[in-house]
Design a protein around this ligand. Structure first.
Ligand SMILES: NC(=O)c1ccc[n+]([C@@H]2O[C@H](COP(=O)([O-])OP(=O)(O)OC[C@H]3O[C@@H](n4cnc5c(N)ncnc54)[C@H](OP(=O)(O)O)[C@@H]3O)[C@@H](O)[C@H]2O)c1
Length: 303
């Protein structure tokens, strides 16, 4: 595994993070096996949200920490707040603080390493968010802050008001979902790929040393990148995997890690064997040509 230190922090985070959105229905033994595989592979960064499993994912993780109390100090815990599912987004002080209190309780920890605002709130008042961050930081409940699904202007607006550096933007990205790079390849063209869908956030994050955390790197609208209907992509990933003696999932993660933005993919597989295989991605540097081969195999066009 490789590690990196987000600018302005003292964290040493694994370049591959474990997403915990799918652990609500797992038994304690299954969670233990997933965590054994993660820790063995060197994964030390775990992503949550107050809403995952209606809070059950954080509860399951908290139960793991109670069974393994020495594990907490060796890991970095991130959670997200601000979504009221199906109804609205709420960045008010009351809601953010209630979310954090709830996550701390469910996770059974006294601090969260990173808190992300999960999805933009149309009624966001950055001054209020800044004050809330300040209180959460001063009380020792949250060490660092970031955002998720935010564009460059939304980040810039928040950053104008808070002295706390926004260190992450968690955005969907993978070979199947490439909006963040498509527009940059089709500048000043009339085709659909030229439409800027991310607010040029990829370049903004690179300019400001904000780490992008690609979410759902494997998932497609139907199935995953590893099979129907993405047969050309899955064949290309297999070929890459064979060359680097890695799994298909590791080949896909190596594609994400090859991007010079130095992203930190958040993977959602809970399967111990798959997790063990993925770690290899951190040791593989695919070529410039292979990166474009995968991009095209996923059906994306080069102008
Ligand atoms: N910020 C946001 O808005 C947002 C939204 C969604 C998710 N997230 C975060 O991103 C994380 C990952 O999301 P995700 O779980 O949807 O995406 P993912 O990592 O793209 O997909 C994981 C799913 O793919 C399956 N899969 C099938 N074949 C696989 C293979 N060969 N290798 C690996 N996985 C394979 C996994 O099953 P197995 O478990 O059986 O391996 C699992 O169900 C979440 O846990 C969450 O932390 C954030």
């Amino acid at each position: 595994m490789r590690y990196f230190t987000p600018e302005g922090t003292d964290m040493k985070a694994s370049v591959i993070a474990q997403g915990c959105m799918r652990i609500a229905g797992m038994s304690d033994a299954e969670v233990d096996a997933m965590m054994d595989a993660d820790l063995e592979a060197g994964v030390n960064f775990f992503d949550h949200a107050d809403i995952y499993g209606g809070g059950k994912c954080e509860e399951k993780f908290g139960a793991y920490l109670r069974r393994h109390p020495s594990a907490r100090d060796k890991m970095l815990l991130q959670t997200k707040c601000g979504i009221i599912i199906g109804k609205r987004y709420d960045f008010s002080e009351k809601h953010i603080v209630e979310c954090v209190e709830g996550s701390l309780k469910r996770l059974g920890t006294d601090h969260i390493d990173v808190l992300l605002l999960h999805r933009p709130d149309a009624l966001c008042e950055p001054e209020i968010v800044a004050e809330t961050f300040e209180k959460l930081h001063t009380s020792g409940k949250v060490r660092y802050f970031g955002v998720s699904n935010h564009n460059s202007f939304q980040i810039g607006l928040l950053q104008k008001y808070t002295r706390h550096r926004l260190i992450f933007d968690q955005l969907r990205f993978g070979p199947v979902h490439t909006c963040m790079v498509d527009a940059g390849l089709h500048v000043n063209m009339k085709c659909a790929d030229a439409v800027v869908r991310d607010g040029m956030t990829l370049d903004y994050c690179r300019m400001n040393n904000i780490t992008i955390q690609p979410w759902s790197p494997f998932r497609a609208a139907v199935g995953t990148a590893f099979g129907f209907p993405h047969l050309r992509l899955s064949r290309a990933l297999k070929k890459l995997a064979k060359k680097y003696a890695a799994t298909d999932a590791a080949a896909l993660l190596a594609w994400i890690l090859r991007h010079p933005a130095n992203m930190q993919p958040i993977v959602g597989s809970t399967d111990p064997a798959r997790i063990a295989g993925m770690a290899k991605a951190a040791d593989v540097t695919i070529t410039h040509e292979e990166w474009y081969d995968i991009y095209r195999a996923a059906g994306h066009k080069i102008p």
